[in-house]
Write a protein that binds this ligand. Structure first.
Ligand code: BG6
Length: 458
């Protein structure tokens, strides 16, 4: 049996916009997702929008008991900025009451809340001004972070600023998956830079708040790049991919510096963002206490074919390729490669002074899971159990080698709404029956996870 360290965090992750629902209840204002769905519902799978999702706004008590049932000792979700500060300035007391009850119920049931501030859910009032494109977004975010620390700092000890900041940049400014669906590399870099500064200002607010025993981190998605060959061109492609997708946030967050190689690459390609003279110092002063790593898939890269200069997209820095031996989760189109989790563990140990970190998301989205329901009504998701086992094996190897990983969170606890994919792919330990009042039913993987937690290993 592979035993994990004492007090290891076992749990799951989700986000406010994907679970809460109550989109226009309790004084909440519209997020960009709420508004986009109103404008273009046909872009969303089966026209499933964010207004109800898994109805956690009304069912959080019931859900927390279900977490307790499977022994989870921790859970990450986020606060909806649009609920706490509907106009960006005025504190919504109903939101304070809701989140205080929600977090208190977790604590009373032995589930430690890890609370994130931004999970792709830009308020619409700010998006109308340009969202992360404009520098004033940084100040708005800092005020939101300060407010959250003041209101909930007595209950929540582990905080994170952003979930996967690269995703709202690439999906909103390089591909067509998040509003505002622009394609502009230079703007994408500017959006990324403002996001980074918003993170830095939030960390600064956190230090000022002086929450006893409080720790702050950031959640990053990590897809380590694996080069097609050892040729200098393919190795350079790997370096560029890792710099753009990983080190761009991980280096400033943990080491307090933006890597020179990235600055040089952007400068040569006329992509440098507008900055303030004091930013560099602020980045250096406001590093994190821990990191959350969302790992789903690796990135296979080779040298770019016919790159444009200056670059117009990441494909001018590196190209993807299909690894002939790959295994796929075809429902999501993501490669399954558990070995990368060991490499991530070693990266954190060796490049990032062995900072404490945890697997903040890992999981497997599967469509039409009802196919696997047995006579007693339980979904037999053995594929998910195998997926987790294989990943935990690699993680365990990394911990044995000295990496300071303190937890493993699955995406997700109850099936949740997924952006443009709606409820197509399911990830949860509990099935959510959206046709039947969002009824929850334990899947086989949930029962298996309970055993795993009891044994602190598998
Ligand atoms: C992570 C995100 O990237 O992956 C989640 O933090 C997301 O918000 C999850 O839902 C699974 O991806 P998807 O696109 O299948 O929902």
């Amino acid at each position: 049996m592979k035993t994990f360290p004492e007090n290891f965090l076992w749990g799951a992750a989700a986000s406010a916009p994907q679970t809460e629902g109550g989109a226009f209840e309790g004084g909440k204002s519209a997020s960009t997702w709420d508004k986009w769905f109103e404008l273009e519902p046909e872009r969303f799978n089966a026209e499933q929008g964010p207004s109800i999702t898994s109805d956690v706004y009304h069912r959080y008590k019931e859900d927390i008991l279900l977490m307790k049932d499977i022994g989870m000792n921790s859970y990450r979700t986020s606060i909806a900025w649009t609920r706490l500060l509907p106009d960006g300035k005025t504190l919504n007391q109903e939101a304070v009451t809701f989140y205080r009850k929600y977090f208190t119920a977790m604590i009373e049931n032995g589930v430690e809340p890890i609370i994130n501030l931004f999970h792709f859910d830009m308020p619409w009032w700010l998006m109308e001004k340009g969202g992360w494109e404009v520098r004033e977004s940084v100040d708005h975010f800092a005020f939101y972070a300060k407010t959250a620390f003041e209101q909930f700092g007595d209950l929540v000890k582990k905080w994170t600023t952003f979930n996967e900041p690269i995703v709202h940049i690439e999906c909103g400014y390089l591909s067509n998956f998040h509003y505002p669906c622009k394609h502009d590399f230079k703007l994408a870099v500017q959006v990324g830079y403002h996001t980074l500064m918003a993170h830095v200002y939030a960390v600064k607010e956190f230090r000022k708040a002086g929450i006893p025993d409080g720790k702050i981190g950031i959640i990053l998605n990590i897809s380590p790049a694996y080069p097609k060959s050892d040729s200098p061109e393919d190795l350079e492609a790997k370096e560029r991919a890792d710099h753009v997708n990983i080190y761009s946030f991980l280096d400033p967050a943990v080491l307090g510096v933006i890597p020179d190689k990235l600055i040089d690459l952007f400068e040569r390609n006329e992509l440098l963002p507008m900055v303030e003279s004091y930013d560099r110092e602020l980045i250096a002063e406001n590093t994190v206490d821990f990191v959350g790593m969302n790992y789903y898939q690796p990135l296979r890269v080779k040298a770019a074919v016919d790159p444009r200069f200056p670059a117009k997209d990441r494909s001018d820095f590196y190209n993807g390729y299909i690894w002939p031996e790959r295994r796929m989760n075809d429902y999501r189109g993501w490669e399954i490669y558990p070995e990368a989790l060991y490499d991530v563990a070693m990266l954190m140990k060796e490049k990032y002074h062995n900072i404490p970190w945890y697997v903040s998301e890992n999981g497997m989205g599967v469509a039409e899971e009802e196919r696997f329901t047995d006579a007693k009504g339980q979904i037999k998701d053995d594929y998910r159990i195998d997926f987790v086992k294989e990943h935990l094996e690699q993680l365990h190897k990394g911990i044995e080698a000295g990496s300071q990983c303190f937890g493993y969170h699955m995406w997700t606890f109850v099936d949740c709404w997924s952006w443009l994919n709606g409820y197509r792919n399911r990830y949860g330990f509990y099935r959510v029956d959206i046709e039947n009042d969002c009824k929850r039913t334990l899947k086989k993987s949930g029962a298996w996870y309970k055993q795993l937690i009891e044994n602190n290993g598998c």
